[in-house]
Write a protein that binds this ligand. Sequence first.
Ligand code: 5GP
Length: 186
Amino acid sequence: MSPPARLTVLSGPSGAGKGSVVAAVRRRHPEVWLSVSVTTRAPRPGETHGVEYYFVDDTEFARMVAADELLEHDAHMGASYGTPRRPVDEQLASGVPVLLEIDLNGARQVRASMPDAQLVFLAPPSFDELARRLVGRGTEDPEKVRDRLDRARIEIAAEDEFDELIVNDDIESAADRLVALMQIAS
Ligand code: 5GP
């Protein structure tokens, strides 16, 4: 019998490259199902409802929390983010490997409610490199960059809570490691 499909949580500080690594994994393994979170933040240019996120208002988000429709949720830079529970359960039940890309507090909540989940921490090569990437993005004002750096320090300190650590010094190699950890048949 094949092992049950596994839930893998990828977390790590903003700027570690989670989005690029996930994109590389999905290019190679389109069968991996990536959860689409709900968020109350505004869409950025080029983002589409239902693709990067489901964009909802505060009232709808609060309703989902109250109805226990979210597997986990957290606030980030003044906006709320959460993982809809039902699609995750459905994909796992039908044998599909599931990947969540969420923040540290979210990863902790998943650990508490689904102890079999595999928690993977994506770390930047160094804090200096992370700072360079966050500043270099040029999309955020200096105060937001400072907030992200403060949060990154907190997230990096929690690295030991994770089952696995991947250092993202190269996107394709980091994606190789994540694929190996997810035990996806090639
Ligand atoms: P962004 O607004 O840049 O897309 O994401 C900001 C942060 O929110 C990132 O660290 C991302 O991993 C995290 N995030 C995205 N979706 C979720 C979610 O569903 N739950 C939690 N806890 N964090 C999320």
